[in-house]
Design a protein around this ligand. Sequence first.
Ligand code: ZN
Length: 448
Amino acid sequence: MSDKVDMDKIVSLCKRRGLIFPSSEIYGGLASCWDYGPVGVELKRNVKDAWWKAVVHERDDVVGLDTSIMMHPGVWAASGHIDNFTDPLVECKSCHLRWRADAIEGKKCPECSGELTEPRMFNLMFKTFMGPVEEEASMVYLRPETAQGIFVNFENVVTTSRKKLPLGIAQIGKSFRNEITTGNFIFRTREFEHMELEYFVKPGTDKEWLDYWVKERFDWYVELGIRKENLRLRQHGKDELAHYAKDCYDIDYLFPMGWSELEGIANRGDFDLTQHAKCSGKELSYYDAEAGEKYVPYVIEPSAGVDRSVLAFLVDAYEEEEIEGEKRTVLHLHPSLAPIKVAVLPLSRNEKLTPLAKEVFKQLCPDFVTDYDDSQSIGRRYRRQDEIGTPFCVTIDFESLEDKQVTIRERDSLAQIRVPVGELKKVIEAKLKGEAFGASTLWATRQK
Ligand SMILES: [Zn+2]
């Protein structure tokens, strides 16, 4: 696929195949809110699992954490979010639409050419009240990032994990930002999921660890199938660095609307731990027993959006192609991201075929996310599975009743092999890991 995919096609596929629906749709929807359907929830979970596996489980220097969304308001004062987490907002005096001042060219309302107010700073944190009284004293914020939950637990984690620095603490969870403008499907929403790692290092080694994580994170997307030419690395200019950052890189993806940020990797220095130590009165430092010295660690932070990643994987995997005069839409998703790994498809809904087909389904479903489908023609069922990126379809036909063999069809090459029912689990396991499929290899065919 060389042509850029248009976003409408992705949105339409997501709706049609149960990946993503507009939130509260029967009430007309709610701006910028989306719901993940039966297929989408699997894809989203796979993206998070792949991140967790790479960042936490496959390393001995990172541990996980799951902190609460509502935190002590003092956290946001210390982090600078109350003072600095703002966008300049202007309002049209005629139609009253609100805009981000820095996103507007000229001095007129883009909608009606009306006159705009002077910009005022608008805080992007959602506020709510904790407990039964709605008063200033009980006001809390919904977290705009998961990182602060990590910083305030630094001492707890270091003490209980018994690990030395460099040490990473990772978290996946919901964040909320009351963005003035949203859009581009699930790219910019007010409620979204973060995958964040705070990697604590000795000051002086921060530069090399920043480079290390930039490369690690870039490669993660490539290993999961995003084409390199659709990714780029961009270093922030001094004028665009956030108040806490010493240095920062964005990993951008070429989305249908153009290059946009997928993930940021920042060197936060010792800003966060220093601030929290100052504001809480608790010491937050690390004692390096080997060197016999105490210091406040620096932090490298790779921070990625789950929903953005899902969108990038979808866009990159999407292809419309012609097979023997017929059009098919296919998602060439990496097998580990594919929502459904195997579809069990009896040739037709037939009382002779059903028992064996059900037996095959039962054999596979404890090990692989498996779909069972016997409605409509086999051709239409193949197409449905192609559209959601299912790597393998297993077909049970009348011959299967005789020879106890079934056909596996591979999504990308459309190659087919015949396998004894008893071997099926073993074969699919190997193929999902990239073993050659007949003449071709799933995924290798895609990489060419
Ligand atoms: Zn206006």
